[in-house]
Design a protein around this ligand. Structure first.
Ligand SMILES: [Zn+2]
Length: 170
């Protein structure tokens, strides 16, 4: 008899509602969803099926890991700070930019019209896969920070990097 009992089949994912938009995009990318897929209106249950399929293929942890990297990539990309290293790792993970666009678009559709996101799903950490373009991975920036402009009060020192250490939530 084993000393501890381990559930042999822990549920892979309970509900699509527990997945953030980033996780849904990663799952759709890994699913059988056609890259040129067009949504079938507001009640498109195909999307929910593909999201579940993608999570089942990747596993819950890998879906979350890739989603954190995707969120990190988009954060850097929005500010046009993508480095060659970050771009290379991103395109290795998601070789088809077109498919990723479809997946992100349909993930958003699933939240707007099908399955909303529970608060717990919003706690996805944002992770930049590569040296941070602004702090080079140090996680902090040296500078002179204005505390109170009117009082001419500023302090010099380290602050957490605004790009890679900013709150952590997507
Ligand atoms: Zn940084």
């Amino acid at each position: 008899m084993p000393a501890t009992l381990v559930a042999p089949h822990a549920p892979i994912v309970a509900l699509v509602e527990e997945l953030s938009s980033w996780e849904r995009a990663v799952a759709l990318y890994a699913s059988d969803m056609p890259t040129a897929y067009r949504s079938q209106g507001r009640e498109d249950s195909n999307l929910l099926g593909w999201i579940k399929q993608g999570v089942a293929r990747l596993g819950r942890d890998e879906t979350r890991r890739q989603a954190s990297y995707l969120a990190g990539y988009r954060r850097v990309w929005l500010r046009e700070l993508v480095t060659p290293e970050i771009a290379r790792r991103h395109s290795e993970r998601f070789p088809s930019a077109r498919r990723l666009n479809t997946a992100e678009d349909k993930a958003a559709t699933s939240i707007m019209s099908l399955a909303r996101v529970t608060p717990a799903a919003r706690s996805l950490p944002v992770v930049i896969d590569g040296a941070c373009p602004t702090c080079d991975g140090a996680g902090k920036l040296w500078g002179t920070w204005i505390i109170d402009a009117e009082a001419d009060w500023s302090e010099t020192g380290y602050r957490p990097c605004w790009l890679c250490q900013d709150g952590g939530a997507a």
